[in-house]
Design a protein. Structure first.
Length: 400
């Protein structure tokens, strides 16, 4: 179907990529698809699935072998993200674990921190999350209120986080906290907090519109004692670290979007080729053909751009602006594609038993998390008017 129209993805043409793709597809078929209904009812996937993914080498693939990873480049992570998205699988929060938490540790962690956590993460026996968002702030990370106060050989942490992916199942979370509150040294810092610490509590998983098998919840910290050696990077540099690493997070969201769009189109082609109306397949109507032609054109354009972004990330050259463009444009495209595809399913598109219904519910949040698409536009615009904003800043004037 689509492979007859779309250009071959050069970043996935090696024998290693083809072998990995086949293994991922078998993993999805044998370990996931038949269990989606049960996991949605429970609001989470079983820990055994994480361990199975770890045993197959699907977690932390681009981490060095010395830390339990596979030593591959980021394109293999990208392939895994897309293959999962094609089938509309959102329950296992593998990407956040491998593509956000693990790089934080690898780049900013001490050798002791890396040796302690990364090998366990690669096996899937240690599940992780990242605690940034709070009830009073989403994209405005500087406004966080969770505090960490130094006392003897530890920090005392108090506060709350919300919308935490893998939150209920996590064994560890990298948490953004405010240190040195009320002083000249006030700033955002990152702490590695294990869920076994006294005072670390998890809320009941949220009942969401979509992503029903993904455990998303609140985290509460009541005088949690965190050893000082659990500081990730330098004190006060947490915001800078998060801003630097958000480019990768936003690319993973964009990759999920193009994978999801491809899966939606493929499923709609199959459905409209067999479903009949007025004594002919729905695919026989020009409207169906035109709509899917439009969707496929947008998919191809975004695939080409994201392949370039993937290569840039692997070379540590992806800019914040490019990542923002990828996240903004790909998620908007994904939303439009799934909406058009659902329409072609007619009434059945609104029935949960059909994958397109799940895709419709699941993809909406992508325009919100990892920075809303409105924030993406601001970041892109800052790049466009960088010199002007710098001049205004020197003149102590606010950008218009």
């Amino acid at each position: 179907m689509l492979q007859h129209v779309l250009l071959e993805r050069e970043i996935y043409t090696s024998e290693e990529h083809k072998m990995m793709q086949a293994m991922i597809q078998d993993f999805i078929k044998n370990e996931i698809i038949d269990h989606l209904d049960d996991w949605e009812k429970k609001g989470m996937v079983p820990r055994e699935l994480w361990e199975r993914a770890g045993a197959l080498g699907l977690l932390c693939m681009d981490m060095p072998e010395d830390y339990g990873g596979s030593g591959l480049d980021f394109s293999f992570n990208a392939l895994f993200i897309e293959e999962m998205a094609k089938e509309g699988i959102t329950g296992p929060g593998f990407s956040l674990h491998s593509d956000i938490v693990a790089p934080y540790l690898l780049k900013y962690g001490t050798e002791a921190q890396k040796q302690k956590y990364l090998p366990q993460m690669a096996t899937g026996k240690f599940i992780t999350s990242i605690g940034m968002t709070e009830p009073n702030c989403g994209s405005d990370l500087k406004a966080i209120k969770t505090t960490a106060v130094k006392k003897d050989d530890h920090y005392v942490v108090n506060g709350q986080k919300t919308f935490i992916t893998n939150g209920f199942m996590c064994d560890m979370s990298i948490v953004a906290v405010k240190t040195n509150s009320g002083t000249e040294k006030e700033g955002v810092s990152l702490l590695i907090m294990e869920s076994s610490y006294e005072g670390f509590e998890k809320g009941i998983p949220f009942k969401k519109i979509g992503m029903k098998a993904q455990d998303t919840c609140e985290l509460f910290f009541d005088n949690v004692k965190v050893p000082k050696e659990n500081l990730l990077g330098e004190e006060g540099l947490g915001f800078k670290i998060m801003m630097t690493e958000l480019a990768r997070e936003r690319l993973t969201v964009a990759l999920n979007a193009i994978g999801g769009a491809e899966g939606a189109i493929e499923k709609t082609i199959a459905y409209t080729s067999t479903r009949t109306a007025f004594k002919q397949p729905i695919a026989g109507f020009q409207n169906t053909q035109f709509k899917l032609a439009e969707c496929t054109s947008q998919l191809q354009i975004h695939q080409t751009f994201l392949d370039r972004c993937t290569l840039l990330l692997a070379a540590h050259q992806l800019t914040s602006e490019s990542a923002s463009i990828a996240k903004y444009s790909a998620t908007e495209m994904h939303g439009n594609v799934v909406d058009e595809c659902l329409q072609l399913f007619g009434g059945y598109g609104y029935i949960w038993d059909y994958p397109i219904a799940r895709m419709y519910a699941d993809n909406r949040v992508a325009r919100i998390y990892a920075g809303t698409n409105e924030i993406m536009k601001i970041l892109i615009a800052r790049g466009l008017f960088k010199e002007l904003f710098q001049e205004l800043k020197k003149a102590k004037k606010k950008p218009f």
